[in-house]
Design a protein around this ligand. Sequence first.
Ligand code: ZN
Ligand code: FE
Ligand code: FE
Ligand code: ZN
Length: 286
Amino acid sequence: MRVLPPVFLIDIFDRPDEISRMSMPADYHIHTPLCRHAKGEPLEYAARALAVGLSEIGFSDHSPMRAEFDNWRMRFDQLAEYVEKVRRAQRDFPNLVIRLGLEVDYLPGGEDWVRELARMVPWDYFIGSVHYVSDSFAVDDPKELSKWKERDPFEIWEMYFDRLTMAAESRLFDIIGHPDLPKKFNIYPTKDCGPMFERFLDCASKTGVALDVNTAGLRKDCAEIYPSPRFLQLAAARRVPISFGSDAHDPSEVGMDFDRAVRLAREMGYTHYHRFQARNRLETKL
Ligand code: ZN
Ligand code: FE
Ligand code: FE
Ligand code: ZN
């Protein structure tokens, strides 16, 4: 019996990009405790990723603002620590591809800050997310649920999609995070949101920004992947690219429900998704 020379193994694991084309897509939406509402260090997320059969992940913790802004993101003086934690995971897990990203809040007028952040570190990608529809109202914050009762949900969805469309138009981001986040609490407008989806998606298809197919929605009141099947079908028709994310705030959530996410994407007609390296996109077979 011939024993494979060890160089064979080294050869495979030296080219982790080859492995990543197998089975599960990369999980690009993962947090760290620096944002003050996630558990588990990058090393634990990486170990979990390998255990569930992922070959590529990316960290995208909530980005800092110039000054203290709210209490659910890393502070600016922790940015270097964040990068070092991810670099350490890259060193300790050489057979897992680990990308370095950020989930950056899109705020109108905050574009210069996003550009500054982009220049500070050689990032692999930025996820642009809208959480704030005004200076003080984050649509996904359970503490602000009362605001949903004070007005017509349609108005809130419109405010959200106005900002999301501006985020897509800005060309500051590689991926748009959880694109129909306002459904989180399962509060839907009675009026049709189709036209606002289409306006956003026309813009996304023009700028080429990808959509985060995000399984965290399955763990929320809406019990549905972000974005909805209807939304993703409109996206596929416009050839808007996609990536995948678990939005893990705990190592146990890495890659969660990716089988369902891939099935949904395939059903809507997707045959490829995008990975990112040094802010260049890599089209990858699904
Ligand atoms: Zn978070
Ligand atoms: Fe988010
Ligand atoms: Fe997130
Ligand atoms: Zn997120």
